[in-house]
Ligand binder design. Structure first.
Ligand code: MLC
Ligand code: AMP
Length: 515
């Protein structure tokens, strides 16, 4: 049997070729038939560039319908789609390309001349460009390419995608997701959230992460629904488009920002049947305010790049604020003791572990790391801390991993600390998250000067990091302190730092502005 994920979408391409699959706020519209034809030509381009099944195709482009067609082309050709955040800077990109050794790197049109150096440096075999309006060298090639018509024959464990997630050791890890991982999870979600071909999704998330690419797009493609692609979150635009839509998926920042608009009321959401939140904790307060304003109870779910979606609050039944619901069909969740690894009874807090068809194949070229994050019985240790209550709802209560989630993007402090520590005059540093009204957590740093030297000031640290880290990873505020708080074991006490700076980003009552 061919396990290619594309087969899960294929019936809709054939059955409803005239139906709109993707449209854009400026009125561009792509039917299922058009998407199929273009993606088949793009698959033909991949073949002409000698992209073989299993080869990586690194795609670092701005959001566009054509980027989704390229994703579909990779599935068809059996290539491994490797999306990269456009915010990544030179050194970050070089690491990903060096690690994944892609056959092809696709970048925005305006980067193409510069990106040729990756080819010259031997990091990739081909460099092509893709713009947001159907432009770029890749589309020029597609216009004259011979379409690929067959679909690569694949095993369930063959890779569909590699998504890089930053690591606690500072080195990013490529999470390998198979065709069966993605296919099973989108089927489970479509069923759990009652998706049908009549749904229309408002899509304002980036498409280089699990949430915007797999959760959102794969569900739409699985049921033959349609979606509007917004380039990024723009609350007023979202509200303008809402009367045409039935579902919105967002990170918690989407909902806190929507609540700031006086236009958000019951009339504005009259056509909507579902609001989904995930990627970071949704505050119970946001949940309650949203229900009061709109009558809708946001459905919160829990997932990870490595595992796709694990749990969800119920579509029918109580959606409990502050919880992430129950395991999805095909997924198992257990809570274990951090020290002994033994499973804990309901109500007790421990490590969240998951197992199921949704769980990834391991980290690209990191077998040791992969082994250390799995139990012998196949459960994956998420690094999240949680408990299962008496009614079976999972609560995520914290993280065992040193991680900051800012506006739904993960920032691993180690990666930032390593760069700060290299700066002249810096002895050591600590990076941590502080409650932020818009982003959930704001990345914050403290530095300690070398003995009898002066530490660089905030602006110089920010300037030094600006070309080395994506913007969202850069600390919003940086302070110099005498010494890092440590426990008797010498471990830096980030909780203490979080407490000291707890009100740093609090909205000031007087002027209502956030830092
Ligand atoms: C943008 N900026 C951020 C940021 N996003 N800074 C910190 N954290 C963020 N998340 C910076 C920009 O670089 C810019 O800096 C300034 O903030 C304003 O940029 P913007 O482009 O106007 O920001 P905006 O569009 O408002 O973006 C905020 C956001 C966006 C929250 C809407 O970040 C977003 O869409 N996040 C979703 C991330 C996501 O999809 N996560 C899912 C991962 S998958 P300057 O200085 O240049 O002005 C996953 C698994 C799962 O976690 O369970 O889903
Ligand atoms: P990522 O590595 O970007 O996929 O981020 C995954 C992490 O996001 C998880 O391990 C959790 O820490 C966090 N996360 C995702 N969804 C939720 C949620 N609903 N509530 C709390 N944390 C979440």
């Amino acid at each position: 049997m061919n396990h290619n994920l594309l087969l899960q979408f294929e019936t809709h391409f054939r059955a409803t070729p005239d139906k709109t699959l993707i449209d854009t706020p400026e009125g561009r519209r792509y039917s299922y038939g058009e998407v199929l034809a273009t993606s088949q030509r793009l698959a033909g381009v991949l073949q002409s560039l000698d992209v073989q099944p299993g080869d990586r195709v690194a795609v670092q482009v701005d959001k566009s319908p054509e980027a989704i067609m390229l994703y579909l082309a990779c599935l068809q050709a059996g290539a491994v789609y490797l999306p990269l955040n456009t915010g990544y800077t030179g050194a970050e990109i070089e690491y990903f390309l060096g690690d994944a050794a892609p056959q092809l790197y696709v970048c925005p049109t305006e980067w193409e001349a510069d990106a040729k150096r990756f080819y010259q440096e031997g990091l990739v075999v081909h460099v092509e460009s893709l713009g947001t309006t159907g432009d770029g060298s890749l589309m020029e090639r597609a216009a004259v390419a011979e379409p690929m018509t067959d679909i690569a024959y694949l095993e369930a464990s063959d890779l569909a995608a590699i998504l890089y997630t930053s690591g606690t050791t500072g080195r990013s890890k490529g999470a390998m997701l198979s065709h069966a991982n993605l296919a099973s999870n989108s089927r489970a979600l479509a069923e759990a959230w009652r998706f049908t071909a009549n749904d229309h999704l408002l899509h304002a998330l980036p498409i280089f992460h699990t949430h915007g690419l797999f959760v959102a797009c794969n569900i739409v493609l699985t049921v033959g629904a349609s979606m509007t692609f917004l380039p990024k979150l723009d609350v007023e635009q979202l509200l303008d488009l809402m009367p045409r839509a039935t579902v919105l998926m967002g990170v918690p920042t989407f909902y806190t920002r929507l609540l700031q608009s006086p236009r958000l009321d019951r009339d504005a959401v009259a056509s909507m049947r579902l609001f989904v939140s995930g990627s970071a904790p949704l505050m119970a307060e946001t949940h309650d305010q949203f229900r009061e304003r709109t009558g809708h109870v946001i459905l919160e779910r829990y997932g990870m790049t490595e595992t796709n979606m694990n749990t969800s609050n119920p579509y029918e039944g109580e959606r409990r604020p502050g919880t992430v619901g129950f395991p999805l069909p095909g997924s198992e969740v257990r809570i274990t003791d951090r020290e002994s690894g033994a499973e804990l009874p309901r109500g007790e807090t421990g490590l969240v572990e998951v197992r199921g068809d949704n769980v990834f194949q391991g980290y690209w070229q990191m077998p040791e790391k992969t082994r250390s994050e799995f139990r012998d019985d196949g459960f994956f240790i998420t690094g999240d801390l949680g408990l299962i209550d008496d009614d079976g709802y999972l609560h995520i209560v914290g993280r065992d991993k040193d991680l900051v989630i800012s506006g739904g993007y993960n920032v691993y402090p180690k990666e930032v600390e390593q760069l700060i520590d290299e700066l002249p005059g810096v002895s050591e540093s600590a990076v941590f998250g502080v409650k932020h009204p818009d982003l959930g957590e704001g990345v914050t740093a403290v530095i300690v000067a070398r003995e009898s030297e002066t530490a660089p000031d905030e602006a110089s640290v920010q300037a030094a990091l600006s070309n080395r880290l994506a913007r969202y990873k850069q600390p919003k505020r940086i302070f110099t302190i005498e010494a890092l708080p440590r426990n008797v074991m010498g471990k830096v006490q980030k909780n203490e730092l979080r407490n000291i700076y707890a009100d740093l980003y609090a909205v000031k009552e007087a002027d209502e502005t956030a830092v």
